[in-house]
Design a binder for this molecule. Sequence first.
Ligand SMILES: *Cc1c(COP(=O)(O)O)cnc(C)c1O
Length: 381
Amino acid sequence: MHKELIEFIRDMYRSDEFLPLHEPRFRGNEKKYLNEAIDSTFVSSIGAFVDRFEGDFASYHGVEKAVACVNGTAALHMALLLADVNQNDEVITQPLTFVATCNAISYQKAHPIFVDVDRDTLGLSPQALEEFLADNAEITAKGCLNKKSGRIIKAVVPMHTFGHPCRIDEIAAICQIWHITLIEDAAEALGSRYKEQPLGTFGDISAFSFNGNKIITTGGGGMIIAKNPDIVKKAKYLTTTAKVPHPYEFTHDEVGYNYRMPNLNAALGCAQLEHLDSYLTSKREVANLYKDFFSDRDETFIDEPEGGKSNFWLNAILLGDDVDRNGFLRRINKQNIMVRPIWALMNKLPMFKNCQSGPLHNAEWLEEKVINLPSSVRLQA
Ligand SMILES: *Cc1c(COP(=O)(O)O)cnc(C)c1O
């Protein structure tokens, strides 16, 4: 299989060079808008492109407003702060995620709790969430109390792994019953949908990323959207140093953050967003080619889950076990084709190893089997 796969990937990308997992494409208005931003002298945290990027992003999601941030981690941090997650609060998330999800929880000095994922979505399992809450929590006047720790569970942060939608509607319903704020980590999921609805519009607050390896990029960047317009307003205020509006006076009435996306990055974002639909088409083609390739082989292609429309940000397959996996990683990477395993589970990292967790059988099962394959938008598309 290894040799056929190498040939297949090289043929698909028509390249004999190094093939990364996901590289950005700049073939539209990127340079034009960057030049306009430079010529305007507004390269920093104020400028027309930041406002435009926020507006375009909001319309894409059918929401009123969005708030641009310096990166996805800052967007997540802000989302948790806006959800009133503080020291000694708890936040339920999945162990199978990029470390930024848990780092953001730690920035607020809150405690992650790890609950299992579903095998088909790779995202937080509503069933596991329900079981965890039934076993451990009760609703009190202060909120959802974890009877084991005595702390309040303030938020649930599911993550849409590789752009595949998790069962976000069921998770939202559970959060409502248990009085917990739902924050979507939609960093990988721009352009994905669940039951026709864009991901990031299910949560009370949602965070996106435009890092260089994401489906569209601003170099570094992130975005926040939220259901409650007051939260959106507060997000803008806190990400821009909590400045009291005034034509020239500098007054700040609480500790704010310098989290605003610079205009230069937003210029890139405006140009990239113009390509999103064509990127989604190209990435679906790549996914379908992989799906065909693996249809009569032992390895399983991870397809979009039922009811979901994935952006196929990173394609992934399941190998037999970790021995298979390690051999595969060694051989394919040696051929200058980047393949990588899924993240080590968060509950195994030194800083999170003492956190409470439910049973994590699916996450552990996936951890030793999942491999990502090169998934960039094709040049010829
Ligand atoms: C990329 C990513 C982030 C963080 O985004 P940055 O822009 O790199 O800070 C957060 N969560 C997940 C799941 C991601 O993949």
